[in-house]
Design a protein around this ligand. Structure first.
Ligand SMILES: Cc1cc2nc3c(=O)[nH]c(=O)nc-3n(C[C@H](O)[C@H](O)[C@H](O)COP(=O)(O)OP(=O)(O)OC[C@H]3O[C@@H](n4cnc5c(N)ncnc54)[C@H](O)[C@@H]3O)c2cc1C
Length: 451
């Protein structure tokens, strides 16, 4: 078998590349996907009457083209929600983001957080050009907010000393409030939404799986081959070994598998790339989902747990994104913990600790019946932005460029990104491969009609 473009992985990046290549007239393309469904991390699993995603998968649409495409794909199947996100610490619920909402915490904590923040305004600390996350947090939010939330929460998520992380990933994601917002949020329970992503969209039916399914539905039959894992790629001969298909030759290769996984399958690799592979670090997200026989609290979508006494860093109610994810009168709940990629984890022990933690947090009562339970870990969940990442990625991509290999998506490009961006990665890749003028976004009038 031989194709013009071979795409490894049928997540959003791979599907989008295939779709946009087709729109550019490149018909000879094949997506090989290991699983029995498309969508990868943006997929869902149904067990009994519950449907679960890989933790929360919410749509934030920022780019005009991405927005018009996604709205079109999910036409008639999208609801918009105003974010109801909370933080639980020192026995109190406070609104997210922590830095703008300290009311409800002990007075001494509020004073520590507000005074520390104001100090950053009146006596700014000097930062180097590429500061570490901890120094940046102290300089941006002050010592109090860093001590009470930024540090413990991020340590639970990244599972590494924060002084070893850079800040390259978080510019858009960690908003800095103004002094008046901080003071106001210390004095009042303000409902005015602050920060990035204050509302989101989510499918009414079918979980987030309906997005990749809709994208795959735009492809001709046979473009996607499911249950077809790639096991080896000979970059020199331009041939991939795919289980069930045998040898697949290609002119151009698009990888969307996690970069570490792809490099382990690919050969030959020069010494510099092999060294770079060793410098890639990531987290595994250990996601336990449960269904309980009681509705979710109406005022909460998800809650952050920065304190060490809880084994999870976040718990969310996906049945509050869509009631169709759980049977009537029940709640679908996702629970997230992180560990360094590759670390051995005793799942039973972690599960027991999570259930205990849910009880301690008051989210699970003795009388609750757990009517569904499923582990859905994400082996490569978050790429770690430490000092080794940028030079390693640069070395790998220099080699790929010389070979004409594309590596895209959240994991193929080894970055922190979201679904819309991933779909755009696929489009840009198709534009590069097909050459000529890019596919233009839908005209504004059409975009309005789609909303
Ligand atoms: C915990 C978590 C929460 C998130 N929340 C959000 C959110 O709220 N909003 C948002 O917009 N984004 C969110 N994201 C990001 C979103 O999931 C990604 O941006 C997007 O799904 C990445 O798609 P991808 O195609 O790049 O990678 P993937 O989805 O990982 O696709 C790669 C594909 O390759 C396949 N594959 C792997 N190995 C092989 C092999 N050997 N052969 C063939 N196929 C193989 C996989 O099965 C998979 O289908 C979240 C991510 C995580 C981890």
């Amino acid at each position: 078998m031989k194709v013009d473009v071979l795409i490894l992985g049928g997540g959003l990046a791979g599907l989008s590349a295939a779709y946009h290549l087709g729109a550019r007239g490149v018909r000879s393309r094949l997506v090989v996907e290991a699983k029995a469904r498309v969508g990868g991390t943006a997929g869902s699993v149904t067990t009994g009457e519950f449907t679960f995603d890989y933790t929360g998968h919410l749509l934030h649409l920022h780019d005009p083209y991405g927005r018009s495409l996604i709205l079109d794909l999910l036409k008639g199947n999208l609801a918009t929600h105003e974010r109801k996100a909370w933080i639980y610490s020192q026995g109190a619920f406070t609104r997210y983001p922590f830095q703008a909402n300290t009311r409800g915490l002990p007075a001494s904590t509020v004073a520590e957080c507000v005074a520390g923040f104001l100090e950053t305004v009146h006596r700014p600390r000097l930062l180097t050009r590429n500061p570490d996350f901890l120094s940046w947090s102290r300089a941006t939010f002050g010592d109090g907010i860093t001590r009470r939330f930024m540090r413990p929460y991020n340590e639970k998520l990244w599972r590494r000393p924060l002084s070893s992380l850079t800040t390259e990933w978080q510019g858009r994601f960690v908003p800095k409030p103004s002094p008046s917002e901080v003071v106001y949020g210390a004095l009042t329970d303000k409902n005015a939404l602050f920060g990035y992503n204050t509302s989101f969209r989510y499918p009414v039916r079918g979980g987030i799986q309906s997005l990749p399914d809709a994208l795959a539905g735009r492809l001709e039959a046979g473009v996607v081959r499911l249950e077809s894992p790639v096991v080896a790629v000979d970059l020199r001969e331009k041939v991939a070994q795919v289980k069930g298909l045998g040898e697949v030759g290609y002119e151009r290769l698009v990888n969307t598998l996690p970069l570490n996984v792809f490099l382990d399958l690919a050969s030959p690799l020069p010494a510099a790339v092999k060294r770079a592979r060793k410098d890639l670090r990531w987290n595994t997200v250990w996601n336990l989902n449960i269904g309980i026989d009681r509705p979710a609290p109406a005022d909460k979508h998800w809650i952050y747990y920065p304190e060490k006494r809880f084994p999870f860093y976040r718990v969310g109610y996906s049945s509050n994104f869509s009631p169709n994810l759980a049977p009537a009168g029940h709640a679908a709940v996702y629970i997230e913990a992180a560990r360094p990629g590759g670390a051995r984890v005793d799942r039973d022990k972690l599960e027991a600790a999570m259930i205990r933690g849910l009880r301690e947090a008051g989210l699970l009562r003795r009388s609750d019946e757990i009517s569904a339970k499923i582990w859905m870990p994400v082996p490569v969940g978050y790429v770690v932005y430490d000092r080794a990442r940028a030079p390693a990625v640069e070395a790998v991509f220099r080699h790929f460029k010389a070979l004409g290999v594309e590596s895209i998506g959240r994991y193929g490009a080894w970055k922190y990104s979201f679904m819309e961006e991933t779909i755009l990665d696929g489009k840009r890749c198709a534009d590069r491969l097909a050459g000529g003028p890019a596919v233009e976004p839908a005209p504004v009038s059409e975009r309005r009609a789609l909303q």
